[in-house]
Design a protein around this ligand. Sequence first.
Ligand code: ADP
Ligand code: MG
Length: 450
Amino acid sequence: MRFRLPHTIRSRTILVLFCAFLLSHTISLAIYEINRDKTILLTEATDLADRIIGVVELARSFPERDRQRILAAAETQFLTMFPEPGNLDDERCRDNDFSRRVTESLGGAFADVPGFHAQVCLRRLKPAPLLARNEPLHGFDVLVAVNFPDNERAVFHAILPEGESLIHDAVLVYLLFSGLIALLLAGYLIRKTVAPLGQLAKAADSIGTNIDTPPLPENGPAEVAAAARAFNRMQQRLARLVHGQTEMLAAISHDLRSAVTRLQLRAELLQDRQEREGLQRVVDDMKTMIQSVLDFARGLDPSETPRRIDLSALAESLCDDLKEEGYPVQFRSGGADCVTECRPVALRRSLHNIIDNAIKYGSEAKVSVEGTAESIRIVVEDCGPGIPMHELEAVLQPFYRLEKSRNSKTGGVGLGLSIAGNTVQAHGGELSLENINGGGLRVQMQLSRC
Ligand SMILES: Nc1ncnc2c1ncn2[C@@H]1O[C@H](COP(=O)(O)OP(=O)(O)O)[C@@H](O)[C@H]1O
Ligand SMILES: [Mg+2]
């Protein structure tokens, strides 16, 4: 199985910190344990040598016949005395720091005794387990054979208990606790550090739907603040560009409208009936086009103040109006509460465009509104031919039409769906189109609740 790094910066940083914490503590504990064992053993070597020197000096100050008695009296739990050297095999008498230290100390103390000789054998009693607990018999046992020139000899046997390992339960609990506290603290700080990145992602997402979202706070760590500043500058430039183009579009359409009105007046003055009616049809087409462009420009205009309204009631009143005008429109409400904050004029215009399409291209419109805890869905269905799969996305683009020849029956300019799409997006929602099995188109306006 491949190891997968955690997903977020926060959990990755915590993982790195955790590994670093574990590694550094393990290394420092190991170094400490090794040095500590060595230091303790060497201190014990000096201590043992001192005790042997004391006992030997005491015994030598007595006449020869009392010496064994003195030596026997000096026995303790950790230092026993054998009159004979016993089996000092080579394996145990290997040269090491401990035996060198004991030999040196003894040699120093008995330097004035010619022919003095000491032999030290050290053996580990039992390999110390990693988590050593209260097991008294682990450590080392030592045999020290001391020879004097007058053929006198004594063999001392000592047990050196090993100091308890530092890695015991309390230390592990302490490490666990300190590690946990350090990680919690690190988690909190990392969360604070990376939080602006989340805001940046959200803001980038929301300028797709609303170019006038408020600027990001430019605080936090230097790199994040710089990214927020750059993002705000980009948003300002984009907003200027979008608003500039929309205003230009609206201004041109407005001027065109006055020109078309003048043209209409002139057409009415024409004597020739056929010519007059022909020109009036052209003028009507132009008026529809101009109105659509103005609607499109207004759809991008965020000046309408959002209000809390019931979307179901909004859709129902629009359907009632259209029905009264004689259009084939049916309305069905899901019954759920559909109150949300939105721009009702823009939404009504968008829904009107979609219902208008259903009537024009699909002969009738069935409108329904459903609400869930997170969103509200307005669905418009018809029984027309639908839209070819490969063109479902394209019809959302401005000026894209399937009917290339505009006529008075279906005379739009291809802006209705893009107006609706922009408006729904500006509400943080999504407009989706799908063909219904058995014929017809289903258009869904999915709006998130505020
Ligand atoms: N309900 C529908 N059924 C079939 N085709 C549709 C439907 N709605 C829209 N279309 C197609 O999508 C195109 C774009 O629609 P729209 O943006 O409203 O522009 P317009 O209605 O002005 O042509 C239309 O020209 C039409 O070809
Ligand atoms: Mg249309």
